[in-house]
Write a protein that binds this ligand. Structure first.
Ligand SMILES: [Zn+2]
Length: 120
């Protein structure tokens, strides 16, 4: 059974995948050939950005976690690619995540999920 946060994050992933046309933003693979994941930039443990579609990109399974140069297996190289692809986006996300961490407010994940569902 998924908890409220996970269910909310799932909706944010869906929004991000629709925005990216279910196409890997790194290699261009589509869901016809590979599984497309909603991949977090700031880790999902940061509540301030966990369910923010801006913090999620569509990646194929290879670019996300399976491949030798994937985000999970070579995060430094991946970070360089991300900064080149989306200049300044990492810093903006990091700022948002840190701001929340410094001043945490309780998140009503069910309410946030309802709000995100409005974008679908
Ligand atoms: Zn890919």
């Amino acid at each position: 059974m998924k908890n409220a946060k996970t269910k909310c994050v799932d909706v944010a992933k869906k929004i991000a995948k629709i925005r990216d046309n279910y196409t890997c933003v790194k290699c261009g693979a589509t869901r016809e050939t590979r599984q497309i994941h909603g991949a977090h930039i700031m880790p999902v443990t940061y509540n301030g950005t966990a369910a923010d579609p801006e913090n999620i990109i569509a990646l194929c399974s290879t670019c996300h976690s399976m491949g030798r140069t994937s985000a999970h297996q070579d995060p430094i190289q991946f970070g360089r690619w991300f900064e080149e692809m989306y200049p300044g986006r990492y810093d903006a996300l990091n700022e948002k995540a840190q701001k929340y961490t410094k001043n945490p407010v309780k998140i009503d994940w069910d309410e946030k999920r309802r709000e995100l569902n409005g974008f679908l």
